[in-house]
Design a protein. Structure first.
Length: 67
């Protein structure tokens, strides 16, 4: 949708709905700013919290007949 198409659609709305559209646009802009402020996780922050068993790569008993 181009800017002109959007402008035409908004121009047909009554003033009360134009105010709602304006409020919604403000809400979306605030939401976008909030999303940008998220911090990136630091490398190694979860160290020691994840455990993989030593036999992780071993074949499963259930699939022996297929191998």
């Amino acid at each position: 949708m181009t800017h002109i198409q959007l402008y035409k659609k908004i121009s047909y709305l009554p003033d009360s709905l134009k105010a709602e559209v304006n409020d919604f646009i403000d809400f979306l802009m605030h939401k976008r700013k909030k999303d940008k402020k998220r911090k990136q996780p630091k490398f190694g922050a979860a160290k020691g919290q994840i455990y993989i068993s030593p036999d992780f790569d071993e074949p499963l008993e259930d699939f022996k007949e297929y191998m």
